[in-house]
Design a protein around this ligand. Structure first.
Ligand SMILES: Cc1ncc(COP(=O)(O)O)c(C=O)c1O
Length: 384
């Protein structure tokens, strides 16, 4: 048996009958960038996320970058995030001229640990900077980016409370969490801005690049609308310098077709995760991540922790089972961030987990037999 990591061909077959006429319609009408497909998607996705506004952009990275620009983050500022995330989170921070600052994660969920955030901000409290000019540097922290990694929301209430007390904005990186919720609030809808990626393999994936921001704040939405389109409010009248960061019509059309099925696809992912959990809980050397009681995870990835991770990954590969590592080297130890002067031991939870994590095949159409085959192979390996 072969078990792919994800299988986008099955999903395409399900929606082909709707996609083909939509693409023909876009081509016949000649509205390739922007237009009714994009505005239709923005309205529908905002509603889906219980948000007032959605602005479609070119990618999740653009969404994060534009969100930071819109809330005024720039050179000399600092933005707090986690070291266990895809580099796009920190690229966005660096690319607006700010500095990424890390706090460690909770080992049970692999998301930002609010206690570590609190400890860090106590040490660098903006209020104390006002009282003590010596620590004026502390005023530089402008935003927090919690990442809802693997499809599970971070513990948002304490993060929002800490941010509010410190006068810092919150930008949610919901690029892996379409449709996830935290205490019945949709991922992306709780902070100042929520950012999504529609890269093809995501729970809601386009047929190319795509992204969006959601927000409850009209001013932020308007600013991002301008930033994505060369800073123009009206054609050829530029209030500011922006980017070419628009969403195209075919991608928006695909996303509208898929959005109607997202709730069901997420349910299937959850059923698959529950079946993995049930079978894997019998293997004592496998540690499962926790779905926190506040979370409705949409299992973008199904991640386990194992001791002999590299050996297991190779063994599964030989058995026709594709797996992934999200992420094998924490960001603070990447060559790209050598200038941040971190060293091993700075974020021990992330570092420890990076050596043991393994992402197993996960997609809505994964069959019970495929899950049983994966778990049987893991069992054989660990019992050897
Ligand atoms: C956590 C996270 N943030 C940001 C991004 C960036 O999204 P994109 O690839 O659409 O630019 C991704 C996508 O891989 C992601 O997983």
């Amino acid at each position: 048996m072969k078990v792919p990591f994800l299988d986008l061909k099955i999903q395409y077959k399900e929606i082909e009958q709707e996609v083909v006429p939509m693409v023909i319609d876009v081509m016949a009408n000649g509205a390739f960038v922007g237009g009714p497909q994009v505005s239709g998607f923005e309205t529908e996705f905002a509603k889906f996320c219980n948000s007032n506004y959605c602005v479609g952009v070119n990618s999740g990275t653009d969404a994060l970058r534009f969100a930071l620009i819109a809330i005024g983050v720039g050179p000399g500022d600092e933005v707090i995030t986690v070291p266990n995330t895809f580099i796009a989170t920190t690229e966005a921070i660096s690319q607006v001229g700010a500095k990424p600052v890390f706090v460690d994660i909770d080992p049970d969920t692999c998301n930002m640990d609010p206690n570590k955030l609190n400890d860090y901000l106590k040490f660098r409290n903006p209020q104390s900077a006002i009282r003590n000019p010596q620590s004026a540097i502390r005023n530089r922290i402008r935003a927090i980016i919690p990442v809802h990694l693997y499809g599970q929301p971070a513990d948002m209430d304490p993060i929002l409370e800490i941010a509010q007390k410190s006068g810092i904005a919150v930008i949610e990186d919901a690029c892996q969490a379409h449709g996830a919720s935290y205490k019945n609030r949709k991922a992306g809808s709780m902070g100042d801005v929520g950012c999504f990626s529609f890269y093809p393999g995501k729970n809601l994936g386009a047929f190319g690049e795509g992204g969006a921001i959601i927000t409850q704040n009209e001013t932020i939405a308007q600013k991002i609308r301008m930033i994505r389109d060369h800073g123009q409010r009206k054609k050829y009248f530029h209030d500011l310098e922006g980017y070419n960061g628009r969403l195209d019509a075919i991608q928006a059309g695909v996303l509208r077709i898929k959005l109607k099925r997202l709730v069901d696809w997420n349910k299937s992912r959850r059923e698959n995760a529950a079946y993995y959990n049930e079978l894997l809980s019998e293997i004592s050397s496998v540690t499962l991540l926790t779905e926190a009681e506040f979370a409705y995870s949409v299992y973008h990835l199904y991640v386990i922790l194992v001791d002999e991770r590299d050996g297991l990954q190779k063994y599964l590969g030989d058995k026709g089972i594709a797996t992934g590592l999200h992420y094998p080297l924490p960001l603070h130890l990447q060559k790209a961030y050598a200038h941040l002067d971190h060293s091993k031991g700075d974020f021990p939870v992330t570092e420890q987990i990076a050596q043991h994590l393994l992402s197993l095949p996960m997609f809505p159409e994964l069959s019970k037999q495929q899950i049983e085959y994966v778990v049987a192979a893991i069992k054989t390996f660990v019992e050897k």
